[in-house]
Design a protein around this ligand. Structure first.
Ligand code: ATP
Length: 234
């Protein structure tokens, strides 16, 4: 069953046309990577799905129902949760308060906060610490936990490894592997291609807001030409 389906999606910031006839689909319980260079349009694609962009057109279906005319809140209430690149946590609230606020603002089903501490043991030790006193890696864990406590059906991860130390990236990879083995569908954007390939089953490459390639991760691993041309990995 298709969880998410984008067809001929165009997106704009004011007069700037950013996405051109973009097609993409993610099946239920699938993990799909959205790859491309800086500025290719990955974040804009995620914002088109969550509705947080001034203007987008085309077909965007979630579980075979159109969400393209839905409000940002309505889309979130349907179970689509974004972990944004800029890690939106509350700096003057504690880890526990950040999680509680996220849980309580969720209209649908939520998960117990204690479960988040089982998944992210590092946060367990930091329950009483303010968001602003966490390291970049800890903030990223909290940002993912804030999305996860809302029991998402579709989790959108925007460059989760951005700015993280390699050892933290490894921890995050292990945690996300556990999460994706559960009943959750994931679309992940990354510039750290190796990280994305480790987690995903299929990938899309976009370039200047257009589809450039899509296929399985096994296919992509053999395509050094693509990795070099679109992803600066060689
Ligand atoms: P990055 O890794 O830099 O986030 P990306 O692939 O996610 O890259 P986007 O952030 O989607 O790319 O940006 C796509 C294009 O849209 C870029 O040319 C960018 O300059 C432009 N853009 C992004 N946000 C805005 C905005 N708020 N207003 C105008 N143009 C924007």
């Amino acid at each position: 069953m298709s969880a998410l389906e984008l067809e001929d999606v165009n997106a704009y910031y004011g007069n700037s046309h950013i996405l051109y006839d973009l097609d993409l689909h993610v099946d239920q319980n699938e993990v799909v990577a959205l790859l491309g260079r800086n500025g290719a349009g990955k974040t804009t694609t995620l914002r088109s799905i969550t509705g947080t962009i001034p203007r987008r057109e085309g077909r965007i279906d979630f579980r075979d129902e159109s969400i393209v005319d839905d409000s940002v809140d309505a889309i979130s209430n349907k179970g689509i949760k974004l972990v944004p690149e800029e890690r939106r946590i509350f700096p003057t609230l504690t880890v526990q308060e950040n999680l509680m606020l996220s849980r309580d603002s969720c209209k649908g089903e939520s998960r117990p906060i204690e479960e988040m501490y089982d998944i992210f043991p590092i946060l367990d030790d930091l329950r009483g610490n303010n968001g602003q006193n966490l390291s970049g890696g800890e903030q990223q864990m909290l940002s993912v936990a804030r999305a996860l406590v809302q029991s998402p059906d579709l989790l959108l991860l925007d460059e989760p490894t951005e700015g993280l130390a390699p050892v933290i990236v490894e921890d995050l990879e292990e945690i996300l592997k556990d999460i994706v083995s559960e009943d959750v569908t994931v679309l992940i954007t990354e510039q750290n291609v190796e990280f994305a390939l480790e987690l995903s089953e299929r990938a899309y490459i976009i370039e200047s807001g257009e589809n450039a390639w899509d296929g399985t991760i096994e296919e992509l691993r053999d395509r050094e030409d693509l990795l070099e041309k679109y992803l600066s990995v060689g």
